[in-house]
Design a protein around this ligand. Sequence first.
Ligand code: CMC
Length: 428
Amino acid sequence: MAADTLSITDNRTGNNFELPINDGTVRAMDFRQMKSSEEDFGLMVYDPAYKNTASCRSAITYIDGDKGILRYRGYPIEQLAEQSTYLEVAYLLLNGELPNKTESAAWTNEVTTHTYVHEFLKTCMEGYRYDAHPMGRLVAFLGTLSTFYTGSKDVRNPEIRNEHIVKIISKLPTMAAWAYRHSLGRPYVYPDNDMSYCGNFLSMLFQLAEPNYKPNPILERALDVLFILHADHEQNCSASAARAVGSSEADPYVSLAAASAALYGPLHGGANEAVLRMLDDIGEMKNIPSFIEGVKNGERRLMGFGHRVYKNYDPRARVIKKLADQVFEVTGRNPRLDMALELEKIALNDEYFVKRKLYPNVDFYSGLIYQAMGFPTEMFPVLFAIPRASGWLAQWSEMLDDKEQKIARPRQIYTGHGARDYVPMDKR
Ligand code: CMC
């Protein structure tokens, strides 16, 4: 018997099967041959929320959740956060290698020359109330861009694909900044293509009457590091949404609209916003013990804690915690930091959290930094979506090139009624 196999006896029939094991995985389709009778459809595997199902082969991001390791294309996240830039990381995710000098200059040039958006987007913006959540608008604007760039539907053409990858990465900051300006009733600031990716974003957000707006370099770099940390995270809810929608050969704009919608939820990228709201709800240090009791009783969740994959400290949270000190030196300390530190201290020593391996995740401290930098809470998930776009696009593109992939289509276990006859209204 080959060593890398799984032997199975189907006790319904007594039949024996030997399934190959490759990369620590058996193929779900190999179970289909196991039938209780000739008519039987064959065995399926049941895995709600895909807790133990690999849906693809991917060479983009590696996570070891038990050891707290995160690498993009093999490079440790700590080294990238220390030495790289977001645009370089985006190139790495999309192309598999770090760019050389020429490639880097060409890539930066491409991204910075596509930052302008169609003026019609301003008209779209006017359709929203000032308090419309910017994430809802981002989802809608991505859908709107799909109507401008109908050529993007040729998703099997690598050149077209690259053209629109660049457009999306370039235009997202502009759309996000304009949504923010619209909510404040401020005039839109057009992109300044001489600035860095994050510098230009900060300028479009915060420039007022200054003729030569220059963002604080420490804050500009901090945002760039946050963007690096958020750029990809393998098969999470939003990346899976991008892949699933893209698998029907939908264009990249609507595929990313779907990914952004998935990110918006408070259990995913909306968690950074939820952390701040939670800290506001707690209000004062003295309320922390009763809040923790409420969490342990199952009344609420400690937002920014826990992760499906990390069962050890989230390596991104470690980098962010250090970054927070640098930002607070410029902006002043966020008064909620002490509360967050106290929550973390209590949780890390409490049996409830220790037993369940719940540690701070990327969202626990990022919101505090964003708030100190002047972003309103509603913008936090948008600040997650902008850099994550490069990861989504890398995942989407990899999916399209993967010969094994087809349109995503899970199975179900039907639990409803058997066939029954329609009952007319007067008989119900
Ligand atoms: N607070 C309190 N209890 C928790 C928490 C939390 N934040 N997270 C998990 N648990 C408990 C949960 O109640 C369950 O307990 P029990 O076994 O007694 O029923 C146990 O831990 C396992 O939880 P789970 O819900 O089965 O875990 P999951 O892998 O399905 O969920 C999660 C992962 C991230 C959705 C969850 O930990 C959570 O809701 N965290 C808060 C939201 C958050 O911070 N999300 C951001 C994730 S990081 C950014 C990103 O990549 O999206």
